[in-house]
Design a protein. Structure first.
Length: 243
């Protein structure tokens, strides 16, 4: 059972396009055009073209592409900000908000032509007017998890002490510890992003595919068959051994 997955995108539409080209090349080699592509979340923030990212995803899904798009913590922050009554994600540290320079919300709004220098009330009004309702609804309705074969996909990971069918939204989009240091088998390979690392890495019980796209590095596209995974490159598949 083959599944493709794409790591955190963070507003880099050109990198998203490159990842899909790599997947198309692998489909051609493998003779398989029906395997789903799971986008692991964090579509927005930091990069210059969140609007383009969401436009591409909406267009592909509308045309029948077998794409699954999961919600990341940055997507949830965007969703909450754009509600009629702006809401702050309760998992943020007290000194942070979505428009803080460390988080990248301003870059997201700028991609829609929002004037991010406006006072807070006017900025929120301008954002609600310029971010299309279709985009707001898409972000709000993103699923939190996806299961296929031997794999369980979630943006941040899982709480290792909770069954997969009882995971909490906060953990699925925000967790780091105790998930990252837990070496137990979780019943399925957990495929996730959220925690930026230098390159996609297979840890045996989990696979992290966040390769720092939010900091200008290439997005990772991988193909999974069972619990085995390969990084897709211009030269074909590169095995991701367990570490």
């Amino acid at each position: 059972m083959r599944t493709y997955a794409i790591g955190d995108i963070h507003g880099y539409s050109s990198e998203l396009d490159r990842a899909h080209r790599l997947i198309a090349k692998d489909r051609a080699r493998a003779g398989d055009d029906g395997a789903p592509v799971v986008h692991i979340g964090d579509l927005c923030d930091r990069g210059p073209d969140t609007r383009g990212v969401i436009d591409r995803l909406l267009a592909g899904m509308s045309s029948g592409e077998p794409w699954i798009v999961l919600k990341g913590n940055h997507d949830r922050m965007m969703e909450l900000f754009l509600r009629e009554s702006e809401t702050r994600d309760h998992r943020l540290r007290p000194q942070l908000e979505w428009l803080h320079p460390n988080l990248g919300g301003s870059e997201t709004l700028a991609s829609y032509g929002v004037d991010t220098s406006l006072p807070a009330v006017e900025l929120h009004r301008d954002a609600r007017a310029k971010v299309p309702e279709a985009h707001r609804a898409f972000i709000a309705d993103l699923p939190l998890q996806y299961e296929r074969g031997a794999c369980f996909f979630a943006h941040a990971g899982i709480h290792p002490d909770v069954p997969l069918d009882r995971q909490d939204e906060d953990d699925l989009v925000w967790i780091r510890e105790p998930f990252l240091s837990d070496t137990r088998d979780h019943g399925k390979l957990i495929v996730h992003g959220h925690t930026a690392i230098d390159a996609a890495t297979h840890y045996g019980n989990r696979l992290n595919i966040d390769s720092r796209a939010g900091y200008g590095e290439p997005i990772s596209a991988v193909v999974l068959e069972g619990r085995d995974a390969w990084l897709l490159t211009e030269d074909g598949r590169e095995t991701l051994p367990h570490v």
